[in-house]
Design a protein around this ligand. Sequence first.
Ligand SMILES: [Zn+2]
Length: 164
Amino acid sequence: MDKYQQSQKNKLFNPSRHDPTLNPRSGGTALCPKCSVLYQAGSWAWQTPQTSLPADVRSVVCPACQRIEDKSPAGTLTLSGAFMKAHHDEIINLVHNTETLEKAEHAMERLLEITAQDDVVQVTTTGIHLANRIGHALDSAYKGQTKYHYDDEQTHVSIHWQRD
Ligand SMILES: [Zn+2]
């Protein structure tokens, strides 16, 4: 991938920026062919029963589906410790429930992958807000130690949660 492609890709992945192929001021509307989320008035949101699609709706893969396809997370949580091992299913349920709540309001905030290796669970997300919300949910439900680390551009958050 060359520099130009990389910068186009970054633009697309950054949910705070608009997709350069769409112009909300001209009434651009797009539908994600993978998850049916709708781009309208400058942001992506779930369709409601009242949604009526204009005839010129375009098909554009949304940034969340793009991240899932590319396995390019915005948030990474690493969960570890003896408590994690003993309450694995309960903790994974909390992660899923937190996603359900966040995703209903913010369509671009989704789980990307949950993987486990040697009693350490890694959860990746398509948005930094969901990762944060899971970190806070773990902290308020189970205490333990939570550390947050943002990269320099604040586009990725790494969260380590541990309880022994
Ligand atoms: Zn999508």
